[in-house]
Write a protein that binds this ligand. Structure first.
Ligand code: ZN
Length: 479
């Protein structure tokens, strides 16, 4: 069915992505421009991701709560940089119950202000600190150019907001969360990411310091996949978040915020997908294994189905996410393509020949073509499946890491940098000036992605102006 084929990544990466999202039934366009509908398959993937993250947040002492989606307009005006950063993106409610509101209400684009307001009421003493609250929900930003998962008006995410007694503790929290994000991206999503600090230009509106994890997509563009911010006392002063220290002196808190959104699904698609469709890492895949019984005659059917049912029950009992595709109205070939489009990591075919030899046939989604098919004994199937899912998880990370590393360059001149960032990243010395950063952006569309925390001991010279530089930064064109 040629109309079901995706454009190739090479021919049109952007359209490949758009169609994959629709055909794999991850999401769809909503009637309101810029909004997205996350379909059950996409939402199950998100649930698996949120469970993996939520577990990590709770293990490090965080708790969940829920704050309202409507925020008084005046709250935004309390932190100058914050309001300047978000004003163009705000959706504002002016009427309610048929009447004009006294004060307009903003549909939250992020919740620093409303949470800051509540923290000011809740925090009294050093004994109340730290406050480590996370919220799962959605936010709304009036985006003009949208793309499913990558940039939509409303999107789903978690936002953590913490308050601390000291700068050291707040900075430690910012780093702790960034480590959690990186661990999640690498070990659950098999997306190799780079941790680092954002430049002054690229940091969050109102933050003293912003950090990010950045991943390389297969078109070699960067995707900021999560951020963790340190606010110093900016929000604490704007919202009077204060505590009495052990000497009974009134102090301002130090706060942080951090978020990872459904954008991460975009990263997973663009890091792992191929021309057949999605490829999902087993740890977060909604379906890890699909069983496909194959037969021609009725006699074959009953034998194959019996075995398939027995193996299905074994796998399910072992806690694996397994599906049986016993649809009668479509061919096995159709089913193969269908599940390949959805990125199911492992397909198990069970046919008459497999029954004769007491085996089944494994087909790995992470490996190309026929080389991916192997016969595996039916006895000990659960252990074999678990082992191969582990191998798939590892091979996906290894493959993505090798791809990324092969496309990070060390240009020797500004001219060379201009070339390499058209089809890769540059890891270069930078003097830290806004002028040099702006010049790279103007002439190449590449921006600074982040500045890794571990830097070489020696100094270098800025790739743009030639002055002494103490840090290297990643330059890349980004989503
Ligand atoms: Zn410079």
């Amino acid at each position: 069915m040629p109309e079901d084929k995706l454009p190739t990544r090479k021919d049109n990466f952007s359209e490949w992505y758009n169609q994959l999202v629709l055909k794999a039934e991850l999401a769809d366009y909503a009637p309101v421009r810029g909004c997205m509908v996350v379909r059950p398959y996409g939402w199950t993937l998100w649930e698996n991701m949120t469970a993996a993250l939520d577990r990590r947040f709770k293990e490090t002492g965080h708790v969940n709560a829920a704050f309202p989606i409507l925020i008084p307009m005046s709250f935004f005006e309390k932190e100058k940089e914050h309001v300047e950063g978000f004003s163009p993106e705000l959706a504002v409610v002016t009427h309610g119950g048929g009447e004009k509101l006294e004060e307009p209400l903003v549909v939250r684009p992020t919740s620093e202000t409303i949470i800051g307001y509540m923290y000011a009421r809740w925090i009294k003493s050093w004994r109340d600190l730290p406050v480590l609250i996370n919220q799962w929900g959605s936010v709304l930003r009036w985006e003009l150019r949208t793309k499913l998962f990558l940039r939509t008006a409303e999107f789903y995410w978690q936002e953590g907001h913490t308050a601390h007694a000291s700068k050291a503790e707040a900075l430690e929290e910012m780093h702790r969360i960034l480590d959690i994000y990186a661990d999640f991206a690498i070990n659950e999503a098999a997306v190799p990411v780079i941790k680092g600090a954002k430049s002054e230009t690229e940091k969050f509106a109102g933050a003293v310091m912003s950090t990010s994890i950045e991943g390389m997509m297969q078109d070699k563009r960067a995707l900021q996949s999560a951020t963790s911010h340190y606010f110093g006392q900016n929000f604490a002063r704007a919202f009077q978040i204060q505590y009495l220290d052990p000497s009974n002196l009134l102090q301002f808190c130090e706060t942080t915020s951090w978020g990872l959104s459904t954008r991460m699904i975009g990263a997973i698609i663009m890091v792992h997908g191929d021309d057949q469709g999605l490829r999902l890492p087993p740890r977060i895949a909604p379906t890890q294994i699909v069983l496909i019984p194959i037969y021609k005659s009725d006699a074959e059917k009953s034998k194959v189905t019996d075995t398939a049912n027995r193996l299905f029950a074994e796998l399910k009992a072992a806690g694996l996410r397994v599906k049986m595709d016993d649809r009668e109205e479509v061919t096995p070939g159709f089913k193969f393509n269908d599940w390949e489009m959805r990125g199911v990591p492992l397909r198990i075919e069970i046919g008459p020949k497999d029954l004769e030899s007491g085996s089944v046939t494994f087909a790995r989604r992470d490996l190309p073509g026929k080389g991916s098919r192997t016969a595996v004994p039916q006895s000990g199937l659960v252990a074999a499946v678990k082992a191969v899912l582990g191998e798939i998880q590892t091979s996906m990370l290894t493959g993505a890491t090798a791809f990324r590393d092969a496309n990070i360059h060390d240009p020797k001149s500004f001219d060379e940098l201009k070339q390499v960032v058209q089809d890769g990243w540059a890891f270069s010395w930078w003097c830290g000036s806004k002028e040099c950063e702006a010049r790279v952006k103007e002439e190449t569309k590449a921006t600074t992605r982040n500045i890794p925390f571990e830097q070489p001991k020696e100094n270098g010279t800025c790739i743009v102006c030639g002055k002494t530089a103490v840090q290297r930064v990643y330059f890349a064109r980004a989503y």
